[in-house]
Design a protein around this ligand. Sequence first.
Ligand code: FAD
Ligand code: DLZ
Ligand code: SF4
Length: 512
Amino acid sequence: MTVLRVILADQLSTRLAVVAAADKEHDVFLMAEVMAEASYVNHHVKKIAFLFSAMRHYAQALRAAGYQVRYVALEDAGNSQSLQGEILRAVADLAPDRVVVTEPGEWRLREGFEALKLALPVELDILPDTRFLCSHDAFNAWAGDRRELRMEYFYREMRKRHEVLMEPDGKPAGGRWNFDTENRKPPKAGLKSPPRLSFKKDAITCEVLELVRRRFPDGYGRLEPFHFAVTRRQALRELDHFIAHVLPGFGDYQDAMVAGEPWLRHSLLAAYINAGLLYPLEVCRRAEAAYREGQAPLNAAEGFIRQILGWREFVRGVYWRFMPGYLEQNALEAHEPLPWFYWSGETRMACVREALAHTYDHAYSHHIQRLMITGNFALLAGLAPKAVHEWYLAVYADAYEWVEAPNTLGMALHADGGVLASKPYAASGAYIRKMSNYCQGCAYDPTVAVGDRACPFNALYWDFMARHRERFSHNARMPFVYATWDRMGVERQAGLRDQAQHHLTAMREGRL
Ligand code: FAD
Ligand code: DLZ
Ligand code: SF4
């Protein structure tokens, strides 16, 4: 019996059943670089290069281990340029008895595979993606008929279920579930990232970079220097480096932002975990071990583990529970087109310019830049959720819809009406001034709300709150906002709302 075993670009894990159950003699793996996937959004060229290089290295490792691999490169003759087309072609050529694929991380592809079942002469099995620590069934059982889904409670369940940072008596390590009050420090003077690894390009990566340069000449982003890990071995070195040199400061400076410092204390591991080069549980266990061995404080280890065991699994659960409707949501009725500066990086707002420069150069910006700079601006300016979602899906090396969409539509834009987060992450210039040093190099002044030098985040913040008063004034977490607004008086309020319109006009005319 021959089985055709399909491996997608973000499924480069040997522990998946599609791989683990393979028969070296009879089965064939199928991996395909296809234009349909490389161009359905305007992917960053580094993201395409990372995935193609990682795929080619993975295929090489499978062959070296004695497996048969049908690897279709982007420019191979006959490439149909779609995953479904390549499965059909491989079935026609190899006549397998069965096709198996691990469930993809995007609804559109799962639908595509469901439709393909009807066109195939043999059975196609879609297997669960066991890299995740919470299955669809387990998430739905937890969610049940709860009116509100809150990550914190989900996370506690996950800690217990997977016995991470738990004491033998069933209590959380350190006696608390959450050490956030000890995190979120503003950056201290001179805060820098510890030195980071940079992986040498081998012949495979050089060939891929040449391919991407040739086939995506107008693609978004800077292709080189290219420093990504492209094998599991390299990704494990990145993990080792993070645990030893970066994790100890993770909690303290989780929310800090510093000009010219894209990495700070962040792990840079999302691209590797999401592509299958690292396993989420092994990453959590390493962080826990660092704490237990006294190499990292508990606030750092717990804060980091919460992102993976908590947020990462939670957003995936939300995505599959609410798709396909989730992408269409626009609870705040935001319709403003995405301003061009998201692509060009040309804006006078230093904070936005900085986040966009990191994005363009590295296919990366850290969570607070994504949430509180580019996301916050999109929220306050009323940018259309779908356009913002397509931008986030394109520009980061770690972006796939299952994780990007809930973060963008739910966490950043509140477009899901509060499914993912109970209150919008809206902030004025005061927050950015406190948590970064960006304002020092800005054409605007974060302490000014009206006038030529007024920081756009200020008036846009108040305009946003005033626009959505009916929705948010009942939110138990926001009463002080409207009390402050009411104290301002009618004249000040009108001045702020006019100023917000002035910023929006400048944005539309490319002058912001
Ligand atoms: P670290 O800051 O070191 O965090 C550690 C790990 O925790 C990450 O590697 C990641 O696996 C996980 N993690 C942290 N926060 C989240 C979160 N909110 N949701 C899911 N996992 C999380 N993450 C993606 O992996 N892909 C995306 O496409 C993506 N899009 C985002 C879009 C927006 C608007 C926002 C606000 C966040 C998005 N995130 C996304 C979440 C988070 O910003 C990134 O995971 C993180 O910045 C990746 O960098 P890192 O590996 O250095 O993370
Ligand atoms: C993102 C991406 C890109 C750029 N190219 C490919 C590809 O050529 N072949 C492939 O199998 N997958 C690719 N992907 C990932 C998919 O678009 C999709 O995001 C994930 O498989 C979802 O799990
Ligand atoms: Fe951003 Fe406003 Fe500070 Fe400029 S002044 S960097 S726009 S927060």
